[in-house]
Write a protein that binds this ligand. Structure first.
Ligand SMILES: [Cu+2]
Length: 116
């Protein structure tokens, strides 16, 4: 099919996508994905995650200890502060690249997020 007709095809696909999204209780079909990373036994689980730019990582502290997740990777700098057990904090990563995520309280904790 030539490029001339592509817009009409796109419109049909988008229309279907929105309908499906509403049916599923999601605002839009192409909404960012949420990736859950659990903090357990003083480590991140999983220890490596690959996400798309604009996706959200939800940090859940499921440990007996407080944690303080942060990153000093340029373009993805954040510090979510101290999390007590059961707390979830969400961070949206917009900048493509490799993001090193650490815990201020436990220096051995390390998570690598690849943002595509
Ligand atoms: Cu920690």
């Amino acid at each position: 099919m030539s490029g001339r007709f592509a817009p009409a095809v796109c419109a049909i696909v988008l229309g279907t996508g929105v309908g499906a999204g509403i049916g599923a209780g999601v605002g839009v079909a192409w909404a960012a994905t949420e990736h859950v990373v659990i903090q357990k036994h003083r480590s991140f689980r999983p220890g490596e995650v690959t996400v798309k730019a604009g996706d959200t990582v939800a940090f859940l502290n499921d440990d007996f200890y407080d944690h303080n997740v942060y990153s000093e990777t340029p373009g993805s700098i954040f510090n979510i502060g101290v999390q007590t057990r059961g707390e979830t904090t969400r961070v949206t990563l917009e900048q493509p690249g490799t993001v090193d995520i650490l815990c201020r309280i436990h220096p051995k904790m390390k998570l690598v997020v690849t943002v595509e």
